[in-house]
Design a protein around this ligand. Structure first.
Ligand SMILES: [Zn+2]
Length: 143
């Protein structure tokens, strides 16, 4: 999965007030913090005050910049997976149907693997979008 990680920050977190759930939190980080000891924290929405470790923290995967970046990362990941696990199967399949020249050139097979990964990734993303559209009850658009 390491290929999917883009950029330095792949995880982000958000903190919320344990009392009212607000994200308007102020954590006092000025001064020397003792490792393992929490910094004082305050809620700006209600009157709650406590320490940072009491905050409700939600960690989430950092958003990719665009769909293209996800698709690109997915495609690379899938291409590597196919090259590692399925190159021989695709090779004999393509050979059987006359889509590979003999003797088999690795560049030619590699090109197919890459294109297969690209098309598959596109299909996966489109299928997911359709699933979400169906799940949200919006009318399925006919094309
Ligand atoms: Zn609060």
């Amino acid at each position: 999965m390491s290929e999917v990680i883009i950029g330095e920050k792949t995880e982000a977190s958000a903190s919320f007030c344990p009392s009212c759930g607000s994200a308007s939190i102020e954590v006092k980080t000025i001064g020397i913090l003792v490792p393992g000891r929490s910094a004082p924290a305050y809620c700006l929405a209600c009157q709650w005050s406590g320490v940072e470790s009491e905050l409700v923290r939600t960690t989430f995967k950092h958003e990719f910049k665009s769909d293209d970046e996800i698709a690109q990362a997915m495609m690379t990941d899938l291409r590597n997976l196919l090259a590692k696990t399925a190159a021989a199967s695709y090779g004999s399949f393509l050979l059987k149907w006359g889509f590979l020249d003999k003797p088999i050139k690795s560049e030619q097979l590699g090109r197919y693997i890459m294109e297969i990964a690209q098309a598959t990734t596109r299909t996966i993303i489109e299928t997911r979008k359709k699933m979400e559209e169906e799940a949200h009850g919006s009318p399925v658009q006919s094309r």
